[in-house]
Ligand binder design. Structure first.
Ligand code: HEM
Length: 446
């Protein structure tokens, strides 16, 4: 492809990306291995080869920091929290918080996940089958309830709806990834619509602070993430400053619920579109669970359910783009990478890349079944990221998605509102544009 054509493609992409990053990727990118462009003097690389993904995210990760695109969109709400922090602060906080999602804690979490999921099943049972439910909203409220119960030992009650609304309003004002950020223009360049987000952050903050206060006032002992933050003392015996404590609670709250809710939303949509897959899922649920609620011990037996989750994460990765900036020089795919270069990895493109997958656009959970792992090449599938910044809640999130999918699919056949157009909207996360209105049709065991 000629240099001018490629430059035009890149500029067109950057402009379209403001509205919808995934719809904007040119078709040709799904066959290309690497795109390198200079835009306004900035080097931009788009990486589609697993070995280059590995280089930037894993083996030479120390040479790359998260770029402005991440920080600018999230800083007003996450401050210095784990998702956006860098360097020594990130290292210390990651070490401190990682035990909260360690495998040895998952059993206890599984019970809370299913108990909380059951409350939503029962709530929906009370409603009329012809009623249309916004599935993303229901699942977001549910996973929000789960993350606050498991990590902060608090039941949100009516505050759940407030947090949900605050975050929706925040997304409406800050959810777009701006062209200026992708090419690293400075933060003082005005971004449209930011003012509205301030009220959303205030509302969000008031609820997060009420959660922390509730715990500070309580005499109960907990063994959870909030306790780790409250008990922390640095080398000088100082406790964690309140602002950082607030930022970490906000970060775990946000990182730990919306992504799982979106994963499940896409899974139910894909199942609706593929009745033959849905039937296989139902067959597995019937043979493993025989109508009872899933438990932690069932998770390894629910191989097909897990494969449905993993395949949904392939086609619709909630975190659909990674952007990093080079701290020093590097070489990627034999091409010199100058200091300051912007490295973009779209998991949406990578997961559907023509040279990496067989039938890349087809929904085929079988490729994730045990024994078929050769179908998935390392670093061509990164729904949880890779390297030192890999998702801290990977095992938590995967288990939660498997348990909730099993629970809901046993009780309901989710039917998309007829005629509703479904299109992925790539902003801060990859959500269905115009939501996912579904009828929750009750299932009975035959
Ligand atoms: C299906 C569900 C989830 C998906 C798809 C997902 C995806 C991701 C991805 C892709 C990243 C890396 C971002 C980057 O490198 O720029 C990430 C980071 C993170 N995730 Fe998740 N996540 C999920 C669930 C969770 C849960 C349940 C938690 C908490 C319990 C969590 C906590 C975090 C944290 C704290 C980070 C930042 C880690 C760091 O920078 O050190 N995530 N997640």
């Amino acid at each position: 492809m000629s240099f001018t054509r490629e430059l035009l493609d890149t500029l067109k992409y950057l402009n379209l990306a403001r509205t919808n990053m995934v719809a904007a990727w040119p078709k040709s990118f799904y066959r290309r291995e690497l795109i390198h462009q200079k835009v306004l003097g900035r080097n931009i690389f788009i990486l589609n080869r697993p070995e280059d993904v590995q280089r930037v995210m894993v083996s030479n990760a120390g040479n790359y920091k998260k770029s402005l695109a991440n920080r600018q969109a999230l800083k007003p709400i996450l401050g210095q929290g784990l998702f956006v922090s860098e360097g020594k602060l990130w290292e210390r906080q990651r070490k401190l918080l990682s035990p909260s999602t360690h495998r040895n804690r998952l059993k206890g979490y599984a019970q809370t996940m299913v108990e909380t999921g059951r409350e939503t099943v029962e709530k929906l049972n009370g409603s009329d089958e012809s009623q249309i439910v916004d599935l993303t909203e229901e699942l977001t409220l549910l996973t929000s309830d789960i993350i606050t119960r498991t990590m902060f030992g608090v039941k949100l009650g009516e505050r759940n709806q407030l947090l949900y609304q605050a975050f929706q309003d925040y997304l409406a004002s800050h959810g777009r990834i701006h062209m200026s950020e992708l090419i690293g223009l400075p933060a003082w360049i005005p971004r449209p619509g930011q003012g509205k987000g301030k009220a959303a952050v205030r509302l969000f903050d008031s609820v997060i602070l009420s959660v922390i206060e509730q715990r500070q006032k309580s005499n109960d002992r907990h063994d959870d993430l909030l306790e780790m933050l409250l008990e922390f003392r640095d080398e000088q015996g100082e406790e964690m400053g309140f602002t950082l404590l607030r930022d970490e609670v906000a970060s775990i709250y946000l990182a730990g619920h919306e992504t799982t809710a979106i994963t499940l939303t896409w899974a139910f949509y894909l199942l609706h579109e593929h009745p033959e897959v849905k039937q296989k899922l139902w067959d597995e649920l019937e043979s493993v669970l025989e109508g009872r609620d899933p438990t932690f011990d069932d998770v390894p037996k629910l191989a097909y359910t897990r494969a449905v989750v993993e395949e949904s994460l392939r086609l619709y990765p909630p975190v659909h783009v990674f952007s990093r900036q080079a701290l020093g020089k590097d070489v990627v795919a034999g091409i010199p990478v100058p200091k300051g270069s912007f490295m973009t990895i779209s998991s949406y493109v990578l997961h559907r890349h023509k040279l990496l997958w067989e039938n890349p656009d087809a929904f085929e959970p079988e490729r994730f079944l045990p024994g078929r792992s050769g179908d998935v090449k390392q670093y061509s599938y990164i729904p949880f990221g890779a390297g030192p910044r890999i998702c801290m809640g990977k095992h938590f999130g995967l288990m939660e998605a498997v348990l909730l999918l099993a629970l809901f699919a046993q009780h309901y056949d989710c039917k998309l509102k007829s005629g509703h157009p479904v299109e992925p909207l790539g902003r801060m996360t990859l959500r269905p544009h115009m939501g996912m209105p579904m009828r929750m049709v009750k299932r009975s065991r035959s």
